[in-house]
Design a protein around this ligand. Structure first.
Ligand SMILES: NC(=O)c1ccc[n+]([C@@H]2O[C@H](COP(=O)([O-])OP(=O)(O)OC[C@H]3O[C@@H](n4cnc5c(N)ncnc54)[C@H](O)[C@@H]3O)[C@@H](O)[C@H]2O)c1
Length: 280
């Protein structure tokens, strides 16, 4: 996709970080923008920033872990602007810990936010894009964690790997059916200076922190500190919008904020190839 002016972009989790950066870059390029987030005040700030760039903007406060919210986002987009050309399924969360310690509600939360929400996005938006038949692009925001593995955030690695595979499989399904109007992309960032380590702030009510002892455990507290320290080493957000739109322009499938991080990913594949145990 080379031209963006007058086209329509929708993005989930746009109240902060990468989602907001993508919304602002779209506005900069003359697109009409539809933003979603679960956090109403943060989303209102993004709307203000997008409009300050002279772009038309619609918004939907909704929990992107629910299929009904993603369907509503598509309706909001079509009602406001009559079509959608780019959808970025970006909302995501993290919580530390191995699966035998994580409360079941966190296993569900991370799966619904990081994987099912993105899959619902593909279901509703790609169907619409195929029907429209004009030039469209769909991006899932996965992570470098979806291409490599460590023992520190099992659900994060698992769901981000699932995002990568779902995007790859959907690309192949479109290709197999000869559908050429929908470009597919998966963004695999390494650390970027955002608020991802504060995911607890964005828990839907049904996943609110409860009296499960895990939330007071050393593992949980240390894991959150580890995440905050990791993010603090990240690159500034400024370049991310440009990286994403360059990928749309060049029809690049795998999109990286840190191209050098690809080396880390070779280690996992090498272990599979060599028949050793995982290395992380
Ligand atoms: N920042 C990084 O270092 C990094 C690295 C790799 C991948 N990512 C991925 O990038 C994406 C964006 O994260 P970010 O770094 O900008 O973090 P962020 O926390 O700054 O932004 C995430 C936004 O998503 C929103 N959100 C969370 N749950 C939601 C829900 N259920 N419904 C709607 N909105 C919801 C939050 O309110 C927040 O505004 C995530 O998928 C994350 O996993 C980030």
């Amino acid at each position: 996709m080379k031209e963006f002016k007058g086209k329509v972009l929708a993005v989930t989790g746009a109240g902060s970080g990468i989602g907001r950066a993508i919304a602002l870059e779209a506005a900069e390029r003359g697109m009409k923008v539809v933003v979603n987030d679960i956090d109403a005040p943060s989303l209102a700030k993004t709307v203000e920033m997008v409009k300050a760039k002279g772009a038309e903007c619609a918004s939907l406060v909704a929990d992107a872990t629910m299929a009904s919210s993603i369907e509503a986002l598509l309706h909001t987009t079509l009602e406001a602007f009559g079509k959608v050309n780019i959808m970025v399924s970006n909302a995501g969360v993290t919580a530390p810990g191995p699966v035998w310690e994580l409360p079941i509600q966190d296993i569900d939360w991370i799966t619904q936010a990081n994987f099912l929400g993105h899959t619902y996005g593909m279901h509703y938006f790609i169907k619409q894009m195929i029907e429209q038949g004009d030039e469209c692009a769909y991006m899932n925001v996965a992570s470098g964690a979806g291409l490599m593995v460590s023992g520190s955030s099992c659900m994060y690695h698992a769901t981000k790997t699932a995002d990568v595979v779902q995007t790859e499989a959907t690309y192949l399904a479109l290709k197999g059916r000869g559908i050429t109007n929908v470009q597919m992309h998966v963004l695999c960032p390494a650390y970027v200076l955002t608020e991802i380590h504060e995911s607890d702030k964005h828990r839907p009510e049904r996943f609110a922190i409860n009296d499960d002892p895990y939330y007071k455990s050393e593992e949980y507290i240390a894991g959150n500190i580890r995440a905050a320290r990791g993010v603090a080493t990240g690159i500034p957000i400024d370049s991310v919008g440009m990286t994403v739109f360059t990928a749309f322009e060049d029809n690049k499938f795998y999109v990286f904020t840190h191209p050098e991080a690809i080396e880390m990913q070779k280690i996992r594949v090498q272990a599979i190839y060599d028949g050793t145990h995982p290395i992380g």
